[in-house]
Design a protein around this ligand. Structure first.
Ligand code: AMP
Ligand code: GLY
Length: 415
């Protein structure tokens, strides 16, 4: 099987890394890929990244299967384009990608299908937004409509902060109740009908330790089968995932960002793709050969596939450029990846490039150092030991990835 993975981040490196280990796979390609992907596959340069161009890339290598990493090509209709041309692809149609592409569409969907979510008001002008604030207690959450790489969300502690957020985030807003509880990323693979759940992961969205500072795309994640009990998993499948797949015929990766509240799981958002960094600890812990499962998903034959997991816990720590999630500079030389890998980690590339004098930074999130062990405390120790070997100017990372899980593996409130 020849597989094309669309995208260039840590999620895509983890996918290519995993798929390249499959006996069913002849070769994996990344479009456009990155220097990490180039080590376990072949990179195909791309231009504007339109569905048409990516179809041409898949045709040029005669890909048997294409897997899409980021949301933008999905929202732009890549799955529709590939299907019309008869090429196998894993992902949702443009219509279903609106579950991520528009927060307003998603909230309306939750309401129509009685999917548990935070109480909310949708507004389309600033006056309505300011008036709506009166209906909520603080903190209140204010979200911009549209794709914002996890950065269009403000948790406002008081009225003044909320008004500033309304000014900053534009006209079309979701204003919603702040939910108390642990956050869980619950991701499943669907084929339009059948559903195969991944193990639960927990992301760390804020830039600094103890969940402080602005939101980011995610600063690290861990994966452990004890994040959710079987009962909690069933409840999420019953109240969130199955109603969605039944209503939409969803295919591809469906990612529910949940808060496990005292009143049960509630959806913060849907993403229509694998999470990043979540994909890194997920691919690291996944035992099952992913390639045949993905092919079955594209062919609507997911049936009774299941995923099995390595014992224990995997943890991924994201190393970011100075300034991220705000503006940052690039081009800093990167050292120490070999030493981190010699210490037992796998280092996934997110924002790197080959410069004149070797590997250098090329993005906000630069690397994802990922390691596993038999239990969460050992996995945390292991991953941070490896992380300390990596250097580039301005590097910063959270030092508490997975720490919340130490309070007790079962993070949610059992129903
Ligand atoms: P979103 O892009 O909707 O996932 O929001 C980004 C992050 O903001 C989430 O991952 C949460 O950490 C936080 N967040 C968003 N909405 C809420 C909410 N209603 N209650 C508590 N935290 C929230
Ligand atoms: N890590 C959060 C996301 O992928 O949206």
């Amino acid at each position: 099987m020849r597989i094309l993975v669309i995208g260039s981040g840590g999620r895509e490196h983890a996918l290519v890394w995993k798929l390249s280990q499959s006996p069913a796979v002849e070769k994996v390609y990344g479009a456009p890929g990155n220097p990490g992907i180039a080590q376990c596959g072949e990179c195909i340069p791309t231009g504007d990244g339109t569905p048409k161009e990516l179809l041409a890339a898949a045709e040029s290598i005669n890909a048997d299967l294409t897997v899409v990493g980021p949301e933008a090509p999905l929202v732009a209709g890549i799955v529709d384009t590939f299907r019309a041309a008869g090429r196998a692809i894993v992902g949702p149609t443009a219509e279903n990608a609106r579950l991520e592409g528009s927060k307003i569409f998603a909230k309306d969907f939750f309401r129509r299908h009685k999917i548990p979510t935070a109480e909310f008001v949708l507004t389309d002008n600033r006056d309505a937004a300011r008036n709506a604030l009166a209906r909520f207690r603080f903190p209140v959450v204010i979200k911009a409509d549209g794709l914002a790489a996890g950065k269009g969300v403000v948790v406002a502690g008081d009225r003044a902060e909320a008004e500033r957020a309304v000014e900053a985030l534009g006209e079309r807003l979701v204003i919603e109740e702040f939910l108390e509880g642990e956050e869980v990323s619950f991701i499943v693979l669907c084929d339009g009908r059948d559903i195969v759940p991944f193990a639960a992961t927990q992301d760390h969205k804020r830039v600094n330790d103890d969940d402080t500072g602005p939101n980011t795309g995610g600063m690290g994640a861990y994966c452990d089968s004890r994040i959710l009990s079987e009962k909690q998993t069933e409840l999420i499948l019953d109240t969130v995932i199955r109603p969605t797949v039944e209503a939409t015929g969803f295919s591809g990766f469906l990612y529910a960002g949940l808060i496990m509240t005292a009143a049960g799981p509630k959806v913060l958002e849907f993403n229509v793709r694998l999470g990043d960094p979540e994909a890194q600890p997920l691919m690291f812990r996944l035992n099952t050969d992913l390639a045949p499962v993905l092919m079955s998903a594209a062919q609507r034959e997911l049936g009774r596939h299941t995923f099995s997991w390595r014992r224990g816990t995997s943890v991924c720590v994201v190393l970011a450029s100075a300034g991220y999630p705000g503006s940052y500079s690039t081009g800093a030389p990167i050292q120490g990846i070999d030493a981190a890998e010699a210490a037992g980690a796998t280092v996934f590339h997110a924002g790197t490039r080959k410069g004149a004098s070797g590997l250098e930074t090329a993005g906000g999130r630069v690397l994802g150092v990922t390691a596993a062990a038999d239990d969460l405390p050992s996995a945390i120790e292991h991953v941070y030991q490896a992380t300390r070997h990596v250097h580039f100017e301005g590097l910063h990372y959270r030092t508490d990835i997975g720490r919340k899980g130490l309070r007790g593996y079962n993070v949610g409130v059992a129903p």
